[in-house]
Every structure is written in structure tokens, then in C-alpha cells.
Design a protein around this ligand. Structure first.
Ligand SMILES: O=C(CO)[C@H](O)[C@H](O)COP(=O)(O)O
Length: 219
């Protein structure tokens, strides 16, 4: 199976976690896009969705799914999204698609985070995938210097402005042995909007696409 077929398999498998009559939290990226396609088949059974990016909003609307502003709602039963890396503790690196901040906000509101990913995303230690950090533009150089002090090699993601009007630094050369501590440390730097480490709030369920089928891991 191709990587995209594995992504499609987990995107559709996530439908089982969608409760009729609810509003669904929706992530961003190519795996989440498969989930959105699947969600389209249930559009008359759900109230709608809350989206984590302009790209996902556009796709949801094109399928006729109502997109709520997060401020209109009190709770979400599930948030379904992909990941760039996931470790055995269900902690993740996210933000390859630059949507990390909105993803973290929507995930925080949801009772359950369902991570959908192909098997290439499973790792023992996070950090091989460059860690995305969303930064307010004027703080770019300062934050980059602070990230170097933490042992990272930050790289400015050229030609990318987030949906919130900020820039992304991708931090290479990290072997993240204490994801919770690093998440707190980077989030505390002035100018950082969010780091793409989802450690304090990891996934509750992971659906992993493998050649033998979809593997389910429950925290
Ligand atoms: O965090 C994300 C976007 O900001 C994505 O979930 C992550 O990059 C995985 O993407 P894909 O499903 O395309 O492999």
C-alpha cells in the first residue's frame, strides 16, 4: 500500500469515533483531508465541525459541512488530526502544515484527541522531524538564538505565513527526551506563539495505518 492509501485507511477509520448529533473537531493536513472526505458521508448526522485551519475550513464547506467558530461552542467530543511524529507515550510533533496553534487550541477543547497517522510517523524518541515553532515576526531572531541555546538548529520556513499572520521556525537537531519540559520551555519564550510539541496534551487514541491494517492504540 502507498503512504497515501495508509493515510486514507486511518482517515476513514476515525469515523467510528464521531458521535451523531455532535460538533467534530477537525485537523489539518493530507491525513486529516481523508478524514474530512469521510466526514462528508455523515454530514446529515452531525451538527457540524470546528476547523483548525483555513484550508480545512474550505474543504469542509465545499462538502456542505457547517463550520462553527470555536467561540460559539462549549465542548467537542472528539478532535481528529494527523501528526508528523508520535511516540509510545502518545506525545506528538505537529505543525508540518503550519497549523499547529489552531490545532492545539481546538484539541484543548476536545474530550478526546484521535491521532490518525501512517506507520512512518511512529518513533521511539521525538525530534527527527524538525520541530515547528510559530513565532511573532519581530521575535524571529531572538527566538532563534534562544532555540540554539537549547541545542536546536532553527531554520526559518521560507514563504510561509500562518493563518494567524506569524512565521514558523523549524528546529532541527533535537532528540527530545523530556517532551513535557521542552514544550513548557519553548512556550515560555517571549515571541513564541506555540511550539508544535503536543506532550502535556497528547493523543488519547492513535489509529496507525500499517500494511496489515489499522492498528488502534488507546492511552
Ligand atoms: O500538524 C499538521 C499540520 O499542521 C499535520 O497533522 C501533520 O503535518 C501531518 O500531516 P500529514 O497528514 O499531511 O502527513
Amino acid at each position: 500500500m502507498t503512504q497515501d492509501e495508509l493515510k486514507k485507511a486511518v482517515g476513514w477509520a476515525a469515523l467510528q469515533y464521531v458521535e451523531p448529533g455532535t460538533i467534530v473537531g477537525v485537523g489539518t493536513g493530507s491525513t486529516a483531508a481523508h478524514f474530512i472526505d469521510a466526514l462528508g458521508t455523515m454530514k446529515n448526522q452531525i451538527e457540524g465541525a470546528v476547523s483548525s485551519s483555513e484550508a480545512s475550513t474550505e474543504k469542509l464547506k465545499a462538502l456542505g459541512i457547517h463550520v462553527f467558530d470555536l467561540n460559539e461552542i462549549d465542548e467537542l467530543s472528539v478532535y481528529v488530526d494527523g501528526a508528523d511524529e508520535i511516540n509510545p507515550q502518545m506525545q506528538m510533533i505537529k505543525g508540518g502544515g503550519a497549523a499547529l496553534t489552531r490545532e492545539k487550541i481546538v484539541a484543548a477543547v476536545a474530550k478526546k484527541f484521535i491521532c490518525i497517522a501512517d506507520a512512518s510517523k511512529e518513533v521511539d524518541v521525538l525530534g527527527n522531524f524538525p520541530l515547528p515553532v510559530e513565532v511573532i515576526p519581530m521575535a524571529r531572531s531572538y527566538v532563534a538564538r534562544e532555540l540554539v541555546k537549547l541545542g536546536g538548529l532553527p531554520e526559518y520556513r521560507q514563504n510561509v505565513i500562518t493563518d494567524n499572520g506569524n512565521i514558523i521556525l523549524d528546529v532541527h537537531n533535537l532528540r527530545i527526551l523530556d517532551p513535557i519540559e521542552l514544550e513548557k520551555t519553548i512556550n515560555a519564550l517571549p515571541g513564541v506563539v506555540t511550539v508544535g510539541l503536543f506532550a502535556g496534551r497528547g493523543a488519547d487514541v492513535a489509529l496507525i495505518g500499517t500494511a496489515d491494517g489499522v492498528k488502534t492504540i488507546v492511552k
